[in-house]
Design a protein around this ligand. Sequence first.
Ligand SMILES: [Mn+2]
Length: 414
Amino acid sequence: MMAASDQRGRPLSFTYGREVGRRPARAHECRRVSRCVPSPTVEGRGAALTSCGDDAQPTKSGDVASCADAGVADPVRFFTISDARHYPGLVALVNSLRLQGHGEPITVLDLGLHDAQREALGAECDLVTPPPHSPRHPWLLEPQACMLRDAEIVVYVDADVIVTDSLGSIIDAARDGRICVFTDIPPTRWFAEWEQIFDLAQPPRRQPYVNAGFLAFSSTAFPDLLPRWFECCDRLVAQPTYLDTGSLDSPTALSSQDALNAILMSEVAPDRIAFQRAEAEAQGPDQLARTRVVDLDRLSCRIDDHPTTLLHAWGSPKPWEPAAAQGLRRSAYLRCLRRLLSADDVAVPVPPPSVPMWLRPGARGMLSLWLLTQARRPWRGVQTRARHARARLERARQPAPTRAPARERDSAMR
Ligand SMILES: [Mn+2]
């Protein structure tokens, strides 16, 4: 999602940064959460979710406290998280939702947007800042973001996602009492240790591991899901992630995503989870490069001849970050991103100077994009051939007895 994002594209640094080794200050936690005793199951007993980020501050018009008092939840509400560096991704998400006909409210956990960005988003988004000095790692904020406002149907979407089709059927499934999720790559991540780490009601069963970049469910059907996820994330505040260790071996290396999966594999019945078609989300650089834009105006895309619902640009740097110029790759996400940031039919326009040249409208923007993607290919080929030639030269210079066996050399070349 945001600043200095990791390989998965989730936020690393925000205005308040990460504070490893500290327990979160209870005063900053949602009061409902601190009241909430995790139940053995997060499945619904019919009570409406009344959570609210009590200490959070609206950055725009609106009264955070009123959400606890209103007693009327929005039928459907989108939630996301962003900071200033992830603004182009956030705008693309918002504009894509509006283009798909989703006029429902969008709440953004504002982790340091600039004033001009807030102003530009004002008409489309409800912006809420976290409490000052919030000690939570940004990777652990999804449940907190979703608890900022009451909603009957909660739809969390990462700010590096573009919605390429209506979410109507997913929202219908959520209304019918299913938790709608997309599987991750690979979908096999599973740890028995989750039972003890998260004090799960039952050992986690084997089922597809999901990506936490999208989640849709009914807060009536699952009133305890967000508090339970929040509480599980709370257990991870001081835990290193794979960014610290460079390894996915730890059962909590993927933080909130591991917590969510642990809950879904233990405390939610399998038939209450609606795993979306694998092709419905094109995610990561390889799949996004393989995805074809069928109708740019409507953002329709297909991967392996199946229509997509989401394009998810996890990975780092993001295609809108200046650092991406070096290895910019043609992808459906990039094409749709440029369309969502430069066309004149979007809900939130972006001033061209605020995005890199390859995302700006007009011929210069197009040329920049072409040079950085298409035109780089032969050059990359030349670089690779030159590297191989140098390596052959090096090997030739080595005295024969010290040369590595062919198989080792081959693997070293990769
Ligand atoms: Mn993401």
